[in-house]
Structures are given as structure tokens and as C-alpha cells.
Write a protein that binds this ligand. Structure first.
Ligand SMILES: N[C@@H](CCC(=O)N[C@@H](CS)C(=O)NCC(=O)O)C(=O)O
Length: 203
């Protein structure tokens, strides 16, 4: 297997943290997004969507989408379990992972991609008003997350899962979009401190 990874990019980081939590290491090739290497002919042949991460398998197939890559790796390396052990837990983790990816990560990414000068070559057209429209959505999503974290220690329940990895990468990505966790969201702050202290968070 070969993982196409990009330093500092938040979606590849999801896979890096997942690998660290599993205690596994797989060979990597760096795709420099700053140099638009994702748009090269060679990488486009692997992933026509021109995004990282991507995982090339022994049989030549290529998986993309962070969650799909992690789900595949979960099947190969089941312990520790990060996707759920029974039908209800699996569904709850999936529910939260999708809520965070579609209802927080995407909003943060829109603010970053539509404001940062370095993103102008990737986000065409860059629309400042779209960033403005997404800032309050980020705050609303964090409010909802704060409410959920009143009742459970981690995003999807009492234990650390893939949903925490997605949420950690989304929340850390906020700094690059010049957004901060509001101070009154004490449960988000408490959760963020705890998950940031895990060894895998440095990935
Ligand atoms: N939904 C995809 C998103 C992948 C994605 O957007 N990756 C970013 C890096 S964080 C990328 O490759 N951007 C390059 C570009 O926009 O041209 C996933 O979960 O893997």
C-alpha cells in the first residue's frame, strides 16, 4: 500500500491520526498541494478528483475519501476499534462523522478556501461572500457539538472514535481560517484539550 499524503492539509491528517491511533505505519508519498502537484498528470491518473489523501492498494486500485480509506484500514487492522462494535454504535459513529464532515468541516474549509490568498489557484473562483456566509455556520455547528458534548465525553459517545478524528481536524483547521472556538463553549474546549493531548494528535 502507498498513501498519498500532504503535509499540513487537514484531510490527509485525518488518515495520519487514524494510522497513529492504530499504531500502524504505511509507506507514503508526499503530494505538495502548494506546488499544485495534485493537478499533475501523474496524480490525476490516480485520482481524477485531484485531492489528497489517496491510498494505492497492492492490486493497483486507488481509494480516496478520508473516511473510506480509514474504513478500509479498519477492516485490515481492527484494533483498536474506531468505527463501532455493534449496529447501533456503528450507526451513531457514522451519524456523527457525517454531521461533522458535512456540517462543520465543509464550512471551515469554505471560509479558508475562499479567503486565503494561497488558495486562489485551487478555489476558482474565490468568493469572499461565500466565506462570510459560512462563518456563522461554523459557530452554529460548534454550538450543536457543544450541546452533544454536555452528554458524552467524546463526539459520538463515551469513547474515542473516527468522529473525534474528523472533528479534531475540522476544529484545528479553524485557526487557518482565522476562526477560534468561542470561550463559552466549555464542552468543546474540554473535549478539544483531551483529544489534542493524545499522542496521535501530533500526526
Ligand atoms: N472529502 C475528501 C476531501 C479531500 C480534500 O479536499 N483534500 C484537500 C486537502 S485537505 C485537497 O486535496 N485539496 C486540493 C485542491 O483543492 O486542489 C476527503 O475526505 O478526503
Amino acid at each position: 500500500m502507498l498513501l498519498y499524503d500532504s503535509p499540513v492539509a487537514p484531510n490527509p491528517r485525518r488518515v495520519r491520526i487514524f494510522l497513529a491511533e492504530k499504531g500502524i505505519d504505511i509507506p507514503r508519498e508526499m503530494i505538495d498541494l502548494g506546488e499544485l502537484a495534485q493537478k499533475s498528470e501523474e496524480f490525476t491518473a490516480l485520482n481524477p478528483f485531484q485531492r489528497t489523501p489517496a491510498l494505492r492498494l497492492e492490486n493497483g486500485k486507488v481509494l480516496t475519501e478520508s473516511t473510506a480509506i480509514c474504513r478500509y484500514l479498519e477492516s485490515l487492522y481492527p484494533a483498536p476499534n474506531l468505527f463501532g462494535n455493534d449496529p447501533l454504535e456503528r450507526a451513531e459513529i457514522e451519524m456523527w462523522d457525517r454531521r461533522i464532515e458535512l456540517g462543520l468541516f465543509t464550512f471551515v474549509a469554505s471560509v479558508f478556501r475562499h479567503t486565503h490568498p494561497k488558495m486562489a489557484a485551487m478555489e476558482v473562483p474565490q468568493i469572499a461572500e461565500w466565506a462570510d456566509a459560512n462563518r456563522p455556520r461554523v459557530l452554529k455547528a460548534l454550538d450543536l457539538l457543544n450541546d452533544a458534548l454536555k452528554d458524552h465525553r467524546f463526539v459520538a459517545g463515551p469513547r474515542f472514535t473516527i468522529a473525534d478524528i474528523t472533528a479534531l481536524c475540522a476544529v484545528d483547521f479553524m485557526a487557518r481560517a482565522r476562526l477560534a472556538i468561542p470561550e463559552h463553549l466549555s464542552h468543546v474546549l474540554r473535549w478539544h484539550a483531551e483529544v489534542s493531548a493524545r499522542p496521535g494528535a501530533v500526526a
